[in-house]
Design a protein around this ligand. Structure first.
Ligand code: CO
Length: 504
């Protein structure tokens, strides 16, 4: 076969595998929206068959041979060509998937499924001892996984790469440390500030039907196309890009809190716009048609949720509409008071309930701990003590029980070590990208005040979405903003916002 023929065969195979995987996405979406509870065991069997089928086909030695042949051909000479990008990224995925011995994969699946059950029990009883032997097993297996992948520097790099391809601790460590120090200072200022928002404004009665109407109108104005997407209800909100012309977002409503569904829906719609902005018509099934990383994905959701949805300009347009819809709860409330309420900062134990400012401190604490667990500097038995000590230092409050501390997250029990940093990377990237968008469109906030968001969507499409995985995240950031990843834009944005709201 010529190199071109080999490449075409590779792409054809990848497209078929992605078509298979996308049917799994539909099944997963259905499971979390409409499926009756009784279908759970059967659905697990369906999903497991598809996943072993795709894994077996993708790790077939034939794929490795094709990649080797292509790597030596003229077809990939130009590093930025579609062919070179796809071969580079498929090689990366192929190596990772073939490096893990089958018995290790099976042991991880078995152990994490039991660890997950024990974690749930431990969290419910707030008893770390129940989870400890399982955490020890998981950490041990994650270490083995890192060894099987191979790495430069420390083992954490091997695991981080699963979620943020190409990223290393060295890339992020300085940025994270500086961010943490500045956030601790910011929190202290907020704590000592003379003004405090009245959060009760957003914790009144908010009719779910009206919340739904409001949320749909907001995401439609963001440019989320309901002809090529859906918004449904679930317990843990997420977004899934099925294929071209089909992107699903899911949210949940709380009748006594306005923020949850509104910002949650904008968040998932931000993910959805990224999915639908990828060039799936041309590149479906290949890395050129896939997102750059979880961090970049999260930058898109966070930008719409925070930089847009929690901005004053956004509410200059939407507050009068919200007042008309939620007559009783927002009667007599001023725009300024409402704006302060949706931006309230308050240190609390639980990450998923955290505000925009404290959220990253939750992540950085977890990142520091899991890194130390992998190097062996921290023993699993010492996790609660270490957690609580750092929590006190960063948040200024004592953890009262482990279910409010080290037992709150599902990640470690599920074997997702190395995942947490992608949340904070998302926030950092979103601030860097948004600054650049403001530079390119100085009237962006005036556009928001008029209810116009499509130019921002276009900007994101042209600068970020359409590239797929052409550039790794750090390089994409440099391409778009002309600067490496930095913590300063995020801190500057927060300082500006909170100094106005809190009067410091
Ligand atoms: Co997200």
């Amino acid at each position: 076969m010529s190199a071109q023929e080999t490449y075409d065969a590779l792409v054809k195979e990848c497209k078929e595998l992605s078509l298979l995987a996308s049917t799994a996405s539909i099944l997963y979406w259905d499971q979390h929206s409409y499926m009756p509870p009784g279908g759970v065991a059967f659905r697990a069997e369906q999903l497991s068959v598809i996943s072993s089928l795709t894994h077996a086909r993708f790790t077939d030695p034939k794929i490795g041979d094709w990649l080797s042949e292509l790597e030596g051909s003229d077809l990939v000479k130009n590093e930025e060509s579609v062919e070179a990008v796809n071969v580079r990224e498929l090689r990366h995925q192929y190596d990772k998937q073939t490096k893990l011995p089958t018995d290790l994969v099976e042991e991880i699946t078995r152990t994490t499924s039991l660890a997950n059950e024990k974690w749930m029990e431990a969290r419910q009883k707030s008893d770390f001892k129940i989870f400890l032997p399982w955490l020890e097993k998981v950490v041990d297996l994650e270490k083995k996984k890192a060894e099987a992948y191979g790495y430069e520097g420390e083992p954490y790099n091997a695991l981080l790469d699963d979620y943020e391809p190409g990223a290393t601790v060295d890339d992020v460590i300085e940025v994270f440390k500086n961010l943490r120090n500045d956030l601790v200072t910011l929190l202290q200022k907020v704590k000592d500030a003379p003004k405090k928002p009245d959060v009760s404004i957003v914790e009144r009665e908010y009719d779910v039907g009206l919340q739904k109407i409001f949320g749909e109108s907001v995401v439609a104005s963001m440019g989320f196309d309901f002809n090529e997407g859906r918004l449904d209800i679930t317990t843990h909100p997420f977004c899934t890009g099925i294929g071209y012309g089909d992107t699903r977002i899911l949210t949940r409503y709380n009748p006594n809190r306005l923020n949850d569904a509104l910002f949650g829906t904008m968040h998932e719609a931000g993910h959805g716009l990224y999915e639908s902005g990828l060039d799936k018509v041309t590149h479906f099934g290949t890395p050129m048609g896939e997102s750059a990383s979880l961090g970049i994905h999260e930058s898109q959701s966070r930008m719409w949720e925070n930089q847009v949805g929690r901005s004053k300009s956004f509410w200059k347009y939407y507050f009068p509409q919200a007042q008309r819809l939620f007559r009783k709860s927002l009667a007599g409330v001023t725009l300024d008071d409402f704006y302060a309420a949706i931006n309230n900062v308050s240190p609390s134990y639980i990450r998923v309930e955290a505000d925009e400012a404290t959220y990253n401190l939750h992540i950085l604490l977890r990142f520091e701990l899991e890194r130390a667990l992998l190097t062996g500097d921290l023993k699993p038995a010492d996790v609660p003590g270490e957690w609580n000590e750092r929590f006190k230092k960063y948040f200024g409050i004592e953890v009262d029980k482990d279910s409010n501390g080290c037992l709150q997250d599902v990640h470690w029990s599920a074997g997702l070590v190395g995942y947490f940093p992608t949340y904070t990377l998302g926030n950092l990237y979103s601030a860097c990208f948004f600054n650049k968008a403001l530079e390119d469109m100085p009237d962006l906030y005036e556009q928001f005040e008029r209810g116009e968001f499509l130019k921002l969507r276009e900007w994101l499409r042209n600068n970020i979405h359409k590239h797929g995985r052409k550039y790794r995240a750090t390089k994409l950031c440099e391409k778009v903003t002309c600067k490496p990843l930095d913590y300063k834009p995020l801190i500057a944005y927060m300082n500006a916002k909170y100094s106005e709201i809190y009067g410091f």
